[in-house]
Design a protein around this ligand. Sequence first.
Ligand code: HAM
Length: 453
Amino acid sequence: MARKKTALKKSGAAKKGKTAKPKKSTGSRKKFQTVRGMRDILPQEQPYWQRVRKAVEKVANDYGYQRIDLPLVEYRQLFERGAGATTDIVEKEIFKFKTRGGDDVALRPEGTPSAVRAYLQHGMQTLPKPVKLFYIGPMYRFDRPQEGRYREFFQFGFEAIGEGDSILDAQIIQLALRIFHVLKIKKVSLQINSIGCKECRPSYNKLLVSYLKNCRSSLCMNCKQRLKKNPLRILDCKEEKCARVIKQAPQTIDHLCDDCKNHFTSLLECLDEIQVPYVLNSYLVRGLDYYSRTVFEFFVESKETQSQAALGGGGRYDYLVKLLGGSDTPAVGFAMGMDRLVAQMKEQKVEAFEPPTPRVYLAQLGDLAKKKSLRIFDELERSGIQVAESFGRGNLRSQLKQADRLKAPIVLIIGQREALDETVILKDMASGSQEVITFAKIVKEVKKRVKRL
Ligand code: HAM
C-alpha cells in the first residue's frame, strides 16, 4: 500500500501533463571517503594492532579465558535492557536500524550484553564457574568524533560470569594491568569505586536526588534531565558548573550496606596484597546501568591531547544475567579501547610488532624462471621457511637491492639457464659466496644454512 502512494506521488508531474526531465548525468567521478567517525587502519599501523592482539591472546591464555566471537548486529532491545535505556550509549549513540524483515536491530556499542546473551543462549550456566570469556572486535557509537573517539572503534573485553567473590574483581584488574605491562604502556592509573547493590543503592539515590534538587539551578541542561532519569550519572558530568555541585554531593562509599562495604574492603586488601596502586574516586559511576558494587577505570595522561584518556574500564554486573533472562548470577568484567592503546603505544614510543624477517629471497630473470620461482616459493613456504620475492620485477639489480633491504641472509637466483637446467644460484649475502644447486636440493640446503645463522 505504502509503495503505491509513493508511486502516485512521484508521477505528480505526469498528471499535470508535464514530462519529468530526466536527471542529467554529470558524469561526476565522486571520490569516496570513509564515513564520518570511521577510519582505515593502514598496513603501516598494523604492527601496533598486531602487538595488542598478541598481548590480549597471551594474557587471556595465561588467565584461562576463552575467546568468543559475537555478532556485530543484535536485537536493539538487548542493549536497551542491558546497558540501560536512559544511558547516553543507548539514548544518543546507538546505530539502530530495521532489517528488511522488520526486526529492530543495532550495531553493538559494547560487548557485555552480547557476551551474557551468548552465555544464556548456549547453556553455559552448566559449565564450571566462573565462565571466562574474552572478545576482540569493532564497536559502534554515534558519538561526536574527535581524537581518540570514533564511531567505529575496537575493543577487547574480558568477562568472568558466575562468581561474586571480590578476589575475581582483583584478579581481573591484575589481568588488565598485565596487558598494559606486556604492551609496555606506562603511567596508567587505576581509579576505583563501589556503587553499592540493590539493597543500599535506592536509599543512596534518594539522598543524592534530594541534595541535587536543592542545587538544580546550578546544573547543566543534561544533568537537569538526568535528575529525573538517572541521577547517579550526574556524578560523572564533566561540566564545570556541575563539578562544583558534585564536590559537595553525598558519596556512594559512605552509604554502602555491610555486605558491599565488606566486598569493597576485601577487594582493596587484595589489591594491596598484589601491590597494585589505586586512586579511590567516589564519583566514578561509569556510563552503563548494569554495574553494581565495584567499578573501575584506567586512565593515562596524554601529552598529545593534554588530557586524561580512559584506556579502559569495567566493574561488577551482578544483576545483568538475571535481567537478560537467566538466574541470579554475579559477574565482573572490563573492556579496553584498542584505538587508544595504539595511540598510547605510539606516544610512549613503544616498539611495534616486528614481523619475522625473511630467511630467503627469491630472485628471477625471464619468463620461464618466473614460473619455476612460483614452484620453489611454494616448496620453501610449505617447509616452514620464510620467503620473500618480488615477482613483478624483472631487473636483477633491483631485486638484489630489495633482498638487501629486507635483510634476507640467503638469495636464490634463477635465470633463464638455471630455469632450463632446474638449478638455482644460492648466494650467501654475508660472505658474497655463490654456488649452484639443483631444485631437488634447495629445501635441504636452505634449511642447513638457516640453522647455522
Ligand atoms: P566503556 O567504558 O564504555 O566500557 O568502554 C571501554 C573502553 O572503550 C573505553 O575506556 C575507551 O577506551 C573505549 N571507547 C569507548 N568509546 C570509544 C570511542 N567512541 N572511540 C574510541 N574508543 C572508545 C564498556 O564498553 C563495557 N562493556 C566494559 C565492561 C566489560 N564492563 C564489564 N565488562
